[in-house]
Design a protein around this ligand. Structure first.
Ligand SMILES: NC(=O)c1ccc[n+]([C@@H]2O[C@H](COP(=O)([O-])OP(=O)(O)OC[C@H]3O[C@@H](n4cnc5c(N)ncnc54)[C@H](OP(=O)(O)O)[C@@H]3O)[C@@H](O)[C@H]2O)c1
Length: 271
């Protein structure tokens, strides 16, 4: 299924993006890996090459449209086209809204998580259309439900979810043959999202003493589920699947859903 397919992955230097690169490399894909930090990205590319794949490391920033254009151009020059774009690059936050001292936190979250994905989708779309390919957007369970201490993150993920749902309709109307999969994970283990999350001062939080929730999912299990959904050309993937019940509850009894989420976050914040 993925043999010789060309896959662009943003935010591929760590966490979910790196794991997806490796898993797709093992499945025979050609992977174009993108992130701002060169050393670690090259290491991921080397591991993909060791797995037998053609791997391209492109250094750049999703918030810069020219970098995103260059990413797609270099991928097409190297692999001949683009079958999948996995818009994965993202950053998070952990701060109460009123405590935030630097409003740049909110701008940065929107620029990376929302505008970054839009920039990449824009420059990849003509190529995806040529191959009747797929856009895979890593949003979050927080793209459909609010979470305290995450106001800016939740807003950026809701924006990305809305963008994907609307673009999917446009593409369907045009008969473009490009599918869109939105991936809504809960907490993942094995990523650096928490360390890089923005604090109330707008700085990275660094190593956190907060433990992962017992409901968190390993990045390897998340990868397997995402590849399976890509194979089936699904529209939406919730990880773990049982969280669909929370989203359903949020529609019919929002106060109850909110109290469950608030309880979980309080528990996390106390650790
Ligand atoms: N971890 C979770 O619990 C969880 C849950 C739901 C959704 N997600 C989503 O999963 C995605 C992957 O996150 P992760 O958990 O794997 O975190 P991660 O380990 O911190 O990985 C984030 C990746 O994004 C890259 N990145 C950040 N800013 C970028 C920019 N401006 N341009 C290009 N790349 C950029 C990082 O590169 P550098 O390190 O080189 O800056 C890194 O490769 C994110 O969209 C996140 O919101 C994660």
């Amino acid at each position: 299924m993925f043999q010789d397919k060309s896959v662009v992955i943003t935010g591929a230097s760590s966490g979910l993006g790196a794991a997806l690169g490796l898993e797709l490399a093992r499945a025979g894909a050609r992977v174009a890996l993108f992130s701002p930090e060169s050393e670690r990205l090259k290491e991921v590319a080397e591991r993909c090459a060791e797995a037998g794949a053609q791997a391209l490391a492109v250094i750049g920033d999703v918030t810069l449209p020219d970098d995103c254009r260059r990413l797609m151009q270099e991928t097409v020059a190297e692999f001949g086209g683009i079958d999948y774009l996995i818009a994965n690059a993202g950053i998070s936050m952990w701060a109460k809204f009123e405590d935030v001292e630097d409003l740049g936190v909110f701008r940065k979250l929107m620029e990376v998580n929302y505008q970054g994905a839009v920039n990449c989708a824009y420059h990849a779309l003509p190529h995806l259309k040529q191959r009747r390919g797929m856009l895979v957007a890593i949003t979050s369970i927080q793209s459909k439900i609010g979470v305290p201490l995450h106001t800016g993150y939740v807003a950026s993920k809701h924006a990305l979810q809305g963008f994907c749902e609307s673009l999917r309709m446009e593409l369907d109307l045009d008969g473009a043959g490009v599918d869109i999969l939105t991936v809504l994970p809960h907490w993942l283990r094995g990523t650096e999202l928490r360390e890089h999350a923005l604090s109330k001062e707008g700085k990275e939080l660094g190593t956190s003493s907060r433990k992962h929730s017992s409901e968190s999912v390993s990045v390897e299990d998340a990868c397997k589920a995402i590849l399976k959904a890509m194979r089936k050309r699904k529209r939406e993937l919730v990880i773990p699947w049982k969280l669909k019940f929370l989203l359903g509850l949020n529609l019919i009894r929002p106060q109850l859903a909110e109290s469950i989420v608030t309880g979980k976050v309080r528990h996390q914040d106390r650790r």
